[in-house]
Design a binder for this molecule. Structure first.
Ligand code: C2E
Ligand code: CA
Ligand code: CA
Ligand code: CA
Length: 281
């Protein structure tokens, strides 16, 4: 029994070592990746459900590494956050997304009412230079503040609510749009969020994905949309994949939809075709 105990212990430590080495390797590869231009953005359309119009795009980061292949943002964003790499990486996302929107406007693919949305993590939101960085990019790419939106999760906002409130007020004063991502998955109450100057809430995909099979999810989704509207938020439903889901969301007066039903996130090279097809419909 004693031997077995020791073996278990050794097994445990070697497994931990492997995990640690993998993690450090990930961080090392991430550090090189920005300079090696291994990142790119894809853009997922957001659609006005009632009008059937394109209202914006969410920029989502992709990492393609020669050895690792495709790495999911869910796997590397936490490591980037942990090491502070998220600051330069997140800045690159903001600039690249603005550049792409300028390009689309210049080529007549979209009007100046179409909004580009980026995701911000905790560290980025806490960065004192965030607002001036956004402003200088809007200037450089000649975008109006209303053409730019940030997505924050409840967790990011609750990290330091007083600080968040000040920052959100400043962003709002500039005319930049703010949405709460993954809405309904956090622990915060709607009453809490009501204090925040937010324009849009995004109902999390986990509530949408089992519609219409899951009647509880339908009830929750309908209630969240109704409550959000009472508090003067507009609502985006995430992860819309089927016609039935869309019909249900429409019956709940949900404002906007995003998901594979409309389009997967698109590489920059596919945006022209998407916009042209969309404008024809
Ligand atoms: P998120 O912000 O909730 O983004 C939505 C995720 O759902 C994206 O995954 C998107 O590709 C996926 N999705 C969209 N429509 C559908 C659908 O109809 N069905 C299904 N099954 N999935 C759908 P992705 O691109 O893998 O991103 C995962 C998460 O990584 C994001 O979740 C976000 O939290 C984070 N992320 C992505 N890009 C960035 C970034 O530039 N900065 C930061 N800080 N985080 C990012
Ligand atoms: Ca998001
Ligand atoms: Ca989300
Ligand atoms: Ca999510």
């Amino acid at each position: 029994a004693k031997d077995q105990g020791r073996d278990n212990y050794q097994f445990f430590t070697s497994e931990m070592n492997t995990q640690l080495i993998n993690h450090l390797q990930l961080i090392q590869d991430l550090r090189k990746a920005l300079e090696a231009r291994e990142f790119h953005l894809v853009y997922q359309p957001q659609i006005d459900i009632k009008q059937g119009q394109l209202i914006g795009f969410e920029a989502l980061i992709r990492w393609q590494n020669s050895e690792r292949g495709f790495v999911s943002p869910m796997d590397f964003i936490p490591a980037a956050e942990e090491t502070g790499l998220i600051i330069p990486l997140g800045r690159w996302v903001i600039s690249e997304a603005c550049r792409q929107l300028r390009h689309m406007c210049d080529n007549g693919l979209v009007g100046d009412n179409v909004v580009m949305t980026v995701n911000l993590s905790v560290l980025q939101f806490q960065d004192d230079e965030l607002i001036s960085f956004i402003q200088s990019n809007l200037k450089e790419y000649q975008l109006k503040p209303g053409q730019f939106e940030i997505e924050l999760t409840e967790t990011v906002l609750m990290e330091n609510l007083d600080d968040a409130l000040i920052k959100l007020e400043a962003l709002k004063a500039l005319g930049i749009l703010i949405s709460i991502d993954d809405f309904g998955t956090g622990y915060s109450s709607l009453g809490y969020l009501k204090r925040l100057p937010v324009n849009i809430v995004k109902v999390d995909r986990s509530f949408v994905m089992d519609i219409p099979q899951d009647k509880d999810d339908m009830a929750i989704t309908a209630a969240v949309i109704a409550m959000a509207h009472k508090l003067n938020y507009q609502v985006v439903a995430e992860g819309v994949e089927t016609e039935e889901q869309l019909q249900f969301l429409e019956s709940c007066q949900c404002d906007y939809g995003q998901g594979y039903y409309f389009s997967r996130p698109l590489p920059a090279s596919d945006l022209e075709e998407f916009c042209n097809d969309f404008n024809l419909e």
